[in-house]
Design a protein around this ligand. Structure first.
Ligand SMILES: *Cc1c(COP(=O)(O)O)cnc(C)c1O
Length: 366
């Protein structure tokens, strides 16, 4: 028999790198913006009871009714305005599947969260790339000009923006939504870090506005392992998203876990307050070191070492068992590293290691 001809993936897919943030075993892991502490014990105990209580032989509630009702309640919207999925990454992918695809386009403003470009590729959606100013802020006239010119079907705003921590002012978001309404575009505000920020675009939601706000349990809720995210949107939008997800995509246990988590909102809010205070302490400490930082309203801080190349500092930190995220090669944040806010001890460990790393000769760690 002749050698088999192995099938090639679609061009966009074959050319792709895939998403990777290295998972290295270190003492202080500050690279993926997770919560440094697990959820409260009362929550995990309730989850254990829920495990025993599941109808494991049955398919889950396809409409995730109880979870959506609880989320709607928490946000003061109707259940029909809530869409839930396996992490906000699946929320984002569902938006691309419903409103993007071949012949359509999505606008992003870089540097920003890498998954928008990645999902655009996997869904065959064209990408329209805009930029930011030197302090990583959106420039209103540039955003509006890009939209008038390209009429992107989807416009992704990320606020606070990953990896920069920058927040988009609500009046700017509002102008972007008005512009999209002029030609039939949909504006997505990704608020994965929304609870760490002072304001939310959720206050701008209305049934006649093409605006959706995406949230996740991964960061604030100390539940990255659960893979649960959701979206607040007009009902007409949620109805379209329901059509593109696989049936029963949310398993029964995850639905129950989400409902239980919302019952511990106070404990979660305390964690957020602690992390915000730690973030501000971390930012103040960084301001005394030979690094450039930018104001962050998320649970991470972007910084650029000035005394040594960022890549050497990243390695020197790793040599001291501290893992941060390396953005040194990303256009727009060249030379930058991003540190997730950890516990007080972790942040102190990081700061000590960074002081040493900024001092040590550049051959260190080779
Ligand atoms: C972490 C992150 C997400 C994805 O979160 P999951 O809910 O874990 O899929 C989405 N958007 C941004 C900006 C993020 O940083």
């Amino acid at each position: 028999m002749a050698d088999p001809v192995l099938p090639a993936a679609r061009p966009g897919v074959a050319a792709m790198d895939g998403y990777h943030s290295p998972q290295v075993d270190v003492d202080v892991r500050l690279n993926t913006n997770e919560s440094p502490v697990p959820p409260p014990a009362a929550f995990t105990e309730a989850v254990a009871a829920a495990v025993a209580d599941q109808a494991w032989h049955r398919y889950p509630d396809r409409g995730a009714t109880a979870l959506r009702a609880a989320l709607a309640d928490a946000h003061g919207v109707a259940a029909g305005q809530v869409f839930a999925a396996n992490g906000s990454n699946e929320v984002l992918q569902s938006l691309f599947l419903a409103y993007g695809g071949p012949g359509r386009s999505a606008a992003i403003f870089e540097p920003t969260y890498a998954m928008y470009a990645q999902i655009a590729l996997t869904t065959g959606t064209g990408l329209v790339r805009g930029g930011r100013d030197a302090d990583h802020r959106l420039v209103r006239d540039d955003v509006l000009a890009l939209m008038a010119d390209q009429r992107p079907d989807l416009v992704f705003l990320c606020s606070p923006n990953n990896p920069t921590g920058t927040v988009d002012p609500l009046d700017l978001v509002s102008d972007v939504v008005d512009a999209a309404a002029g030609y039939g575009g949909l504006v997505v505000v990704d608020e994965a870090y929304g609870q760490f920020a002072e304001a939310s675009a959720a206050t701008l939601l209305a049934d006649d506005r093409p605006l959706v706000v995406s949230r996740t349990f991964s960061k604030t809720w100390a539940m990255a392992g659960v893979r649960l995210g959701h979206l607040l949107a007009p009902e007409w939008c949620v109805a379209e998203l329901e059509k593109v997800v696989l049936p029963y995509h949310l398993d029964s246990l995850k639905q129950a876990v989400g409902v239980l988590a919302l019952r511990h909102a106070d404990a979660m809010a305390e964690r957020v307050a602690t992390l915000v205070a730690e973030r501000d302490r971390l930012s103040a400490a960084l301001a005394d070191l030979p690094v450039t930082t930018w104001p962050s309203q998320a649970n991470f801080v972007l910084f650029r070492p000035e005394a040594r190349p960022g890549r050497d500092v990243w390695q020197a930190l790793l040599d001291r068992s501290v893992l941060v995220r390396d953005f040194t090669a990303m256009p727009g944040v060249e030379g930058c590293l991003r540190v997730t806010v950890g516990t007080r001890q972790e942040n102190d460990h990081f700061l000590d290691a960074l002081r040493e790393a900024l001092d040590s000769p550049s051959t260190e760690g080779d």
